[in-house]
Write a protein that binds this ligand. Structure first.
Ligand SMILES: CC(C)(COP(=O)(O)OP(=O)(O)OC[C@H]1O[C@@H](n2cnc3c(N)ncnc32)[C@H](O)[C@@H]1OP(=O)(O)O)[C@@H](O)C(=O)NCCC(=O)NCCS
Length: 154
């Protein structure tokens, strides 16, 4: 079950981040501390007993929510945890009056692209070299509330 992160979760979030991202894409413990402290953010996690196994973070500005990050420990992927986290973020954003959600994703991140498309996000734009030379970002958007695409329509 997704739960709001606690103030003391920064170290565990940074450790999960290290297991999910490489090199310069990693977020430090300090960055996670800032994310947990910011009043316009929603950091949501999934725990297995006490271990933090998945997390996502969102920001809301006026009527637009941004999905900043979603990550699932490699040993827990393919179980629907990321989808549950994004849906929890959408519920939070809807409660604050959001009308759409935006995100950026690396063009070669097939798992994340699959997740976002499955939920009904569509590509708005491409940002060349956003993540480094040859590593473009796709900017994706979904109107809220979502209309998830069923498996039949994939
Ligand atoms: C992307 C990520 C968060 C997906 O987490 P997950 O918990 O395995 O995803 P879910 O089990 O919730 O999958 C939901 C849907 O996403 C899609 N999906 C998930 N993994 C996929 C993969 N490897 N390839 C294609 N589609 C995939 C599928 O449509 C899936 O639905 P289905 O299983 O009913 O077909 C995970 O792979 C991850 O942590 N990656 C590293 C961090 C990252 O790149 N984050 C995104 C950028 S911030």
């Amino acid at each position: 079950m997704p739960q709001r992160a606690e103030a003391g979760d920064a170290a565990a979030l940074a450790s999960l981040d290290e297991a999910c991202f490489e090199g310069r894409e990693r977020w430090s413990e300090k960055l996670w501390e800032d994310e947990l402290r910011a009043s316009d953010r929603f950091v949501v996690v999934q725990r297995d007993t006490h271990e933090l196994v998945a997390a996502a973070t969102f920001q809301q500005v006026v009527d637009t929510a941004d999905l900043h990050r979603v990550m699932v420990h490699p040993s827990r992927r393919g179980l629907g945890l990321a989808q549950q986290l994004v849906l929890a973020g959408i519920e939070w954003a809807l409660g604050r009056g959001a009308e759409r959600m935006l995100l950026e994703v690396r063009h070669d991140n097939h798992a994340a692209l699959g997740l976002y498309r499955r939920l009904g996000f569509e590509t708005l734009d491409t940002r060349p070299d956003y993540y480094g030379a040859g590593l473009d970002a796709q900017v994706m958007s979904a109107d809220l509330p979502l209309r998830p695409r069923g498996a039949d329509h994939d």
